[in-house]
Ligand binder design. Structure first.
Ligand code: KMH
Ligand code: ZN
Length: 290
């Protein structure tokens, strides 16, 4: 008997989890004035994005000079403020900026978010290198297990799914027992943001525990093809100014909510409307909200 691939079962998913990644560590405020960089701007963005369909927020912070920071005090403040003002699932970036040392990236977990990102391997990142040694990945994964923080496994290239398979086999399932991966496509140095690349990723997902879910985001101009491909394949969506600052050719993004609203519109057209934060918590195995 020919068994259905796991992603084919996922194609019957009836709602869409939408993550907003509003800031990132790469764009400069001076180049992108609409980028939220203060805590007040982050919280306002979170509220606007929640109102138009986001249920998860992927957070990178900036310091008073608008440079990326992993300052623990600021991270704790951001987690508390987002919990107080929104019902969003708070996912802190453990990736930070390419210049951040491992100990600072591990310390992010001390801010006790609902979720944190966990990138599954080293990848060229434009002219830089986004370093994720195996030992570091294991440390992130096991610390999150101990603290009840749910990981989102970030996949920049296909071999990183093999690493995830190995990680789960050697070190066990994440907190909550559910595996959720995010394909970050179109980074110069990683897999392209194309339908064949996503299809190859979906085949590899079949080796992961049944029930594994995925979202996808396309960097820059691959945003729309990846969004449409992910929806068609029963996947979830990540959008935001971390990943694209151009809404259409020659048209800068006005706000993160503009991107979330567009994603929600496509999700509704696909008859998979945005998932509520409560349903997203259930799906991802997140137990509490602070
Ligand atoms: N800023 C990139 C170097 C993550 O948030 O975990 C890494 C990144 C991934 O954005
Ligand atoms: Zn990020």
């Amino acid at each position: 008997m020919v068994s259905r691939a796991a992603w084919q079962d996922r194609a019957v998913m009836t709602t869409t989890l939408i993550t907003v990644a509003p800031t990132g560590a790469e764009s400069r405020k001076s180049d992108v004035p609409a980028l939220p960089v203060t805590l007040a701007e982050l919280v306002a963005t979170g509220k606007e994005c929640e109102a138009v369909g986001a249920s998860v927020i992927h957070v990178h912070l900036r310091d008073d000079d608008t440079n990326p920071t992993l300052d623990l005090g600021r991270l704790k403040e951001a987690v508390a403020a987002l919990r107080a003002e929104t019902n969003l699932i708070v996912q802190l970036s453990s990736g930070g900026a390419v210049t951040d040392p491992e100990e600072d990236r591990l310390r992010v977990l001390d801010a006790e978010p609902d979720m944190a990102s966990c990138t599954m391997g080293t990848v060229n990142f434009g002219d830089d290198v986004f370093l994720n040694r195996w030992g570091f990945v294991v440390e992130l994964h096991t610390r999150m297990q101990e603290r009840g923080i749910v990981p989102e496994y970030e996949i920049f290239d296909l071999g990183q799914l093999t690493s995830l398979h190995r990680l789960l086999g050697k070190h066990g399932l994440p907190s909550g027992g559910h595996v959720h991966v995010d394909f970050v496509m179109g980074v110069p140095g990683g897999m392209p943001g194309t339908v064949p690349a996503l299809a190859a990723g979906l085949q590899a997902l079949a080796d992961l525990p049944s029930g594994t879910t995925f979202s996808a985001t396309g960097i820059g101009r691959s945003t729309l093809p990846v969004l449409l491909a992910s929806l068609a394949a029963g996947g979830h969506l990540r959008v935001g100014m971390e990943d694209t600052v151009t809404y259409a050719k020659g048209q800068p993004v006005e706000s993160n909510a503009q991107l979330v609203a567009r994603a929600s519109g496509f999700a509704r057209l696909a008859q998979r409307p945005p998932m509520s934060a409560a349903d997203a918590r259930e799906l991802l195995g997140i137990k509490h909200n602070g």
